[in-house]
Design a protein around this ligand. Structure first.
Ligand code: GCU
Length: 683
């Protein structure tokens, strides 16, 4: 059944009319399988080529016919060693795919320095077939631009997934470590296929239980499944675990007993999981325990845990998503204020993980001011793949353009061209300021036990694009959308083109009908799904909507300029100067940085009020367009998937309308203005 379980690894047969050139180039498979990883690579090629070509090519020990495909490393294959293709610059995970001649016969070689590199190359090779690329003269060289390409699961031990919209957790803790669901292997295959090489199994709002021997054993069982696929396991660690499961009276990071406890804990974990990656920590944020509970800094806390994993080669990833208990003048400023003074104070095996924007995974945020501002500290990007603030799994929003927008944003930290991507891949500060060379990107997973893994067919694309951009933060989200569409739906241009167009416009549609022109955090309280611009009161000012939009009869928007909260000054000078002036601020960030009167003239010549209404309406119209496009694809896509997407789009249209009407009606109570001509709400 076309239930989406296969993700982008569907391997459906290439039509007979197109298959001949591929069969000619893949007449024999040479894929040594003396290690578990090599075996997994061979299995994938047999499965993939078998599906795509009708039957898998015959296996051989060495290339011996015209059109052999050889995959491996200099250590696994003499033929590959002789070709000398696996060069140093490919690193630990890179690969080459090349058309060559061996003994006078055409062959294709996938060569790497390690089994993991060979596996990545094999998946790339399969992708060439899946997307119908020519095979005759291949010369591909790929190496990842970041070291850690990591999923963060916000999965609880109860199997509830915080901010998960795809069913319960795929980790069946109850049956682990003995029962290993085949799903774990398919999870590893999917991740390996896009270059993801690390996974944090549990929620950042962590349970200390995760670090007890029973759960370490369960995590070790998962690590064993993932290892052949080059994926390492990390765990979220609860800072107060020494008290909760260790029987200590304190979790003070400078207390010798506490330090000894973490060391012993790390030793135990490494006994069970020799290639354990390390800890991810959310501390002193949203009520989580942390070093500040003991008058210590984030650096004290991170360094204590870093010392514990250091002898084993582990790292600590410390999150910068912090904001204090006291109501702040501007929550957007807090992470920067707390972390910039700590630059240079972290151990070499600590990374600081920073959300893409300073508030919280909004449909659109300007890039986080920490990027570029901590030159001595490796910063890890944290994107959210699960769509907490973008309509969960029912609203179609392809996040590629959003990720790309952040990665291409220019921090000006070291002059023009200091993009966020260059902060993340280390290029900006490599060799000069930060020394460890650690780089990486994390994505909060959208994976659950739904048959289609992600809650909707199109949300699979968000997992996919995250992995591809983590591998190379300078790839184009449009190219990735096309690649995914070809693998997931069809290679027919009449399908590819409209789907890619839908995907590329979909996130902007969400921005328009939820939070246009730089508005943010207007979702319903706690659940963050439907509209709630009226949300006020409660325990914290920054857990309301009115805190963020600040609408009055005089105007709307959050003044973060030098005349307001001065958040702009956290950016490098040229950026700060731009954001400080409404006329120079890109209009998509206008109300993020400025409080402006309702009759402020926008770039279109319309008043701010009219422009707001136009954007809300445009968002709704864009969803109607997506529906029409999708309806037009009926018959070109299998009925199962077509029907589900169609239904979800109808939900999205209803709710886009709801967002628009509710938001406009609410803001109109302040603006006291009529809707612009032609923009009456529907009867
Ligand atoms: C958001 C989200 C929380 C999550 C937090 C975090 O605020 O709503 O569920 O715990 O981010 O990133 O730590």
């Amino acid at each position: 059944a076309e239930d989406g379980y296969d993700l982008w690894l569907r391997y459906r047969p290439i039509p007979e009319s197109e298959a001949a050139p591929y069969r000619a180039r893949i007449a024999q498979l040479v894929a040594p399988a003396t290690t578990p990883s090599q075996q997994a690579t061979r299995d994938e090629l047999v499965r993939g080529l078998g599906g795509l070509l009708g039957t898998p090519p015959p296996l051989a020990d060495a290339a011996g016919v015209e059109g052999a495909l050889i995959v491996g490393t200099p250590a696994s294959s003499k033929q590959i060693a002789r070709l000398g293709l696996a060069t140093k610059d490919l690193g630990r995970e890179g690969y080459r795919i090349r058309s060559v001649e061996i003994d006078g016969r055409d062959a294709t070689v996938i060569a790497a320095n390690t089994d993991a590199g060979a596996m990545h190359g094999a998946f790339h090779f399969l992708r060439l077939l899946q997307t119908r690329q020519p095979m005759a003269s291949l010369d591909i060289r790929e190496a990842p631009r970041t070291q850690l390409r990591m999923l963060n699961h916000w999965d609880n031990l109860t199997r509830h997934v915080e901010r998960g919209y795809a069913g319960e957790s795929i980790w069946d803790w109850h049956k682990l470590p003995d029962y290993l669901s085949p799903r774990y292997t398919d999870y590893a295959r999917a991740n390996a296929s896009i270059g993801i090489n690390a996974t944090v199994l549990n929620n950042v709002n962590a349970s200390a239980q995760q670090l007890t021997p029973m759960y370490i054993e369960k995590a070790a069982a998962l690590a064993n499944v993932f290892r052949p696929y080059g994926i390492r396991v990390f765990l979220s660690a609860r800072f107060s675990a020494p008290v909760e499961i260790g029987g200590l009276k304190t979790a003070d990071p400078l207390d010798p007993q506490v330090r000894a406890w973490w060391k012993a804990k790390a030793d135990d974990i490494y006994k069970a999981i020799p290639d354990f990656g390390g800890f991810l920590v959310k501390a002193n944020s949203e009520g989580q325990p942390g070093p500040q509970d003991y008058g210590r800094t984030h650096a004290d806390g991170a360094n204590m845990m870093a010392d514990a994993v250091k002898p084993h080669g582990g790292i600590v990833i410390w999150r910068a998503f912090v904001y204090s208990h006291e109501t702040p003048d501007d929550r957007a400023k807090q992470a920067y204020n707390e972390f910039v003074p700590l630059d240079g104070k972290f151990r070499g095996n600590v990374m600081v993980q920073v959300k893409n924007g300073a508030i919280d995974f909004q449909p659109r945020e300007p890039f986080h001011p920490l990027f570029g501002a901590m030159p001595k500290t490796p910063l890890m990007m944290e994107f959210q793949i699960t769509k907490e603030y973008l309509g969960f799994a029912t609203h179609l929003a392809y996040l590629g353009p959003m990720f790309e927008e952040t990665l291409r944003a220019d921090t000006y930290a070291r002059g023009k061209g200091s993009t966020v991507a260059k902060v993340i891949d280390g290029e900006l500060h490599r060799g000069t300021l930060f020394k460890s060379g650690l780089t990486g990107m994390a994505g909060v997973a959208n994976i659950g036990s739904d048959r289609n893994w992600s809650g909707s067919h199109f949300d699979q694309a968000n997992w996919y694009v995250f992995g591809r951009l983590a591998w190379n933060p300078e790839l184009s989200s449009r190219d990735i959308a096309e690649e995914w569409t070809r693998m997931t739906f069809s290679n027919d241009a009449a399908v590819v083109q409209p789907i890619v167009a839908m995907m590329m416009g979909s996130r902007e549609a969400v921005v328009d009908y939820m939070t246009p022109l730089g508005l943010h955090h207007l979702m319903g309280r706690s659940h963050h799904y439907g509209p709630g611009p009226w949300v006020e009161g409660g325990p914290r000012a920054d857990w309301t909507s009115v805190y963020y939009h600040r609408a009055t009869k005089d105007g709307i928007g959050f003044d973060r300029t030098t005349r307001g909260s001065d958040a702009v000054s956290q950016y490098a000078k040229p950026v700060a100067a731009q954001f400080d002036d409404p006329a120079k601020t890109p209009e998509e960030f206008l109300l993020w940085f400025h409080h402006l009167p309702w009759d402020y003239t926008t770039k279109s010549g319309r008043t701010l009020w009219d422009e707001l209404v136009v954007h809300y309406s445009r968002g709704v119209d864009a969803v109607a367009d997506m529906r029409r496009t999708w309806d037009g694809l009926s018959g070109k896509i299998d009925p199962e998937r077509h029907a589900q997407v169609a239904t979800f789009l109808s939900i999205q249209q209803k709710e886009a309308q709801w967002w628009r009407d509710a938001s406009i009606a609410y803001f109109q109570t302040f603006s006291q203005r009529p809707l612009p001509e032609g923009y009456a709400p529907p009867a």
